[in-house]
Design a protein around this ligand. Structure first.
Ligand code: PAF
Length: 292
């Protein structure tokens, strides 16, 4: 049986591919007094995305979710080509969460031929992911800015798993005066602690077992932090956790959660950030460290 995604079905969200029409739909809902929440995604949805949609649904009258694998945030050697594209199953999951619209534009609609404008982000974008993936956050900021034009919601929901992304997006919204609230929602984890990520699908069974190194290292970092251990020793323990599971460490750091700069006050609060590679798969995770 084939399914026409545009056939009206109360259980499925309406799919809109055109940015201008999407904008009109959101504007009409808001003009009618409805609160609209927005969840930007690249698809390949999992329970973490479902939790964002559920939170938005709980706080808003209508929810829009974008599904767009954004080419400008991938370097040429990265996984843009093989990034999973699962629109039909994504729409099922979003229908179950009561999502009203899926915005799924083509690349040419988001980046029309001749497009010559992009958003350049510095400051909190410079380190960690920004250093490991040059240009990545310019691509994220550019597409998020463009998505906010197409989906002019009152609030946008992002996962804390991509902590640095949330910091960069909040900074962009503040710097450009964009009229949207940014809500950061907790990371959803597998039973063994691995943070949910669309890229987990790339892991072989053996890599999947070793991937627990990130969350286990962060849990240990949390314990060390609460015992009063210094930042260099916590960072060393994080690197050791990755090494013990044969995970190549890109970075392991404890920094200020808003600026992502070294801590000015050793009592925090802080954020522990980690990135590691298992074969060709790169995973990130983090843990908030409360004031001690
Ligand atoms: O977090 C993501 O899935 C992406 O970076 C985002 C925010 C949808 C922009 O492409």
């Amino acid at each position: 049986m084939t399914t026409d995604m545009n056939t009206p079905n109360p259980a499925l969200p309406e799919i809109e591919r055109d940015p201008a029409r999407m904008r009109e739909r959101i504007a009409a809902a808001r003009a009618a007094g409805r609160r609209v929440g927005f969840v930007p995604t690249m698809g390949a949805l999992h329970a973490g995305h479902a939790s964002l949609a559920a939170r938005a649904r709980a706080e808003c009258d209508d929810v829009a979710v974008s599904i767009f694998v954004n080419p400008t945030q991938f370097a040429p050697h990265e996984d843009f080509g093989r990034y999973p594209r699962t629109l039909a199953t994504d729409c099922q999951l979003l229908g179950e969460q009561g999502v009203r619209w899926v915005f799924a534009p083509e690349v040419a609609a988001m980046y029309p031929p001749g497009a010559a404008t992009r958003v350049v982000v510095q400051g909190p974008a410079d380190r960690f992911e920004g250093a490991s993936r040059p240009g990545h956050f310019d691509g994220v900021a550019t597409v998020v800015c463009r998505l906010f034009q197409a989906v002019p919601a009152g609030a946008a929901y992002f996962g804390a798993k991509d902590w640095q992304q949330t910091v960069v997006v909040k900074r962009m919204v503040r710097d450009l005066g964009l009229p949207i609230g940014i809500i950061v929602c907790p990371t959803v984890r597998e039973p063994d602690g691995l943070a949910m990520s669309s890229r987990n699908a790339y892991l072989s069974p053996a890599e999947r077992l070793r991937a627990v190194a990130l969350s286990a290292g962060l849990a240990q970092a949390g314990r060390l932090w609460s015992e009063g251990t210094g930042v260099p020793a916590i960072e060393a323990a994080l690197r050791q956790s990755l090494a013990a599971h044969d995970v190549a460490c890109d970075y392991a750091a404890v920094v200020d959660p808003e600026s992502l700069e070294p801590l000015a006050d050793a009592s925090g609060p802080a954020i522990a950030l980690v990135a590691g590679r298992l074969g060709s798969t790169r995973l990130i995770d983090n843990r908030e460290l409360p004031r001690r």
